[in-house]
Design a protein around this ligand. Structure first.
Ligand code: AP5
Length: 211
């Protein structure tokens, strides 16, 4: 399948969770700029050392770094993909258009207090990247990944102060993309405040409707 999907939505709205399911269901590649940047930080690459301070503070990493990283990934793919966390401002959206057209942009809507709750109780596997929530999607064994047995950790940017800053950055930079894509006729608005399965089913149904 060569569907090209963008997942919009604030931090904690479930982009990573839904991207993982969509890529499995539809046979698409998953491009998460957050994951790619965290890998770069972990590997100690030049990109990682430039990106780290912005990520720790909840700010956007400079566009030129992110755009180059995404462009390289997309050009290396033959089939479709889910873009998770990109674009995040108008400049990135325009750059994306120079590389490729997108078929659908899914916006996950969730209110802010729920987002803070989701992020402050999120745990991530340090080995395979699987994402859990202590209440909504807990691991079977405390602190261990169900999938690979890896250690679960709390992301550095998931402290309450940094979460609030990420939400502010989202409102200022990324929220305007909702109208931008609505005007282009590719926006799919989804109520992301329901259970993970329900949200997933609605995305699949709405993607089918547009065929
Ligand atoms: P990134 O990793 O992209 O973080 P984010 O956008 O803040 O999004 P999150 O990963 O925090 O949340 P999510 O929407 O994926 O939610 P999740 O599925 O995990 O970016 C991190 C940083 O990298 C940025 O701050 C920036 O510095 C930099 N960066 C990245 N991209 C960039 C770009 N394009 N330009 C510049 N800088 C960039 O779910 C959250 C929690 O909720 C989990 O615990 C999950 O289990 C739970 N959950 C999910 N869905 C549900 C549900 N329906 N009900 C209940 N719980 C749920």
């Amino acid at each position: 399948m060569d569907l090209k999907i963008v997942l919009l939505g604030p931090p904690g709205s479930g982009k990573g969770t839904q991207a993982e399911r969509l890529t499995r269901e539809l046979g698409l590649a998953h491009i998460s700029t957050g994951d790619l940047l965290r890998e770069a930080v972990k590997s100690g690459s030049e990109l990682g050392s430039k990106a780290k301070s912005y990520m720790d503070a909840g700010e956007l990493v400079p566009d030129d770094l992110v755009i180059e990283m995404v462009g390289e990934k997309i050009r290396g793919l033959d089939d479709g993909y889910v873009l998770d966390g990109f674009p995040r401002n108008l400049e990135q959206a325009r750059d994306l258009e120079r590389i490729t057209e997108v078929d659908a942009v899914v916006d996950l809507r969730v209110d802010e207090e729920e987002l803070v709750d989701r992020l402050s109780k999120r745990r991530t596997c340090d080995s395979c990247g699987a994402v859990y929530h202590l209440r909504f999607n807990p691991p079977e064994r405390e602190g261990k990944c169900d999938r690979c047995g890896g250690q679960l950790y709390q992301r550095e940017d998931d402290s309450e102060g940094t979460i609030r800053e990420r939400l502010r950055v989202y409102r200022e930079n990324t929220l305007p993309l909702v109208e931008y894509y609505r005007e282009k006729g590719v926006l799919i608005d989804v109520d992301g405040a329901r259970g993970i399965d329900e949200v997933f089913q609605e995305i699949i149904d709405r993607l089918k409707e547009r065929d």
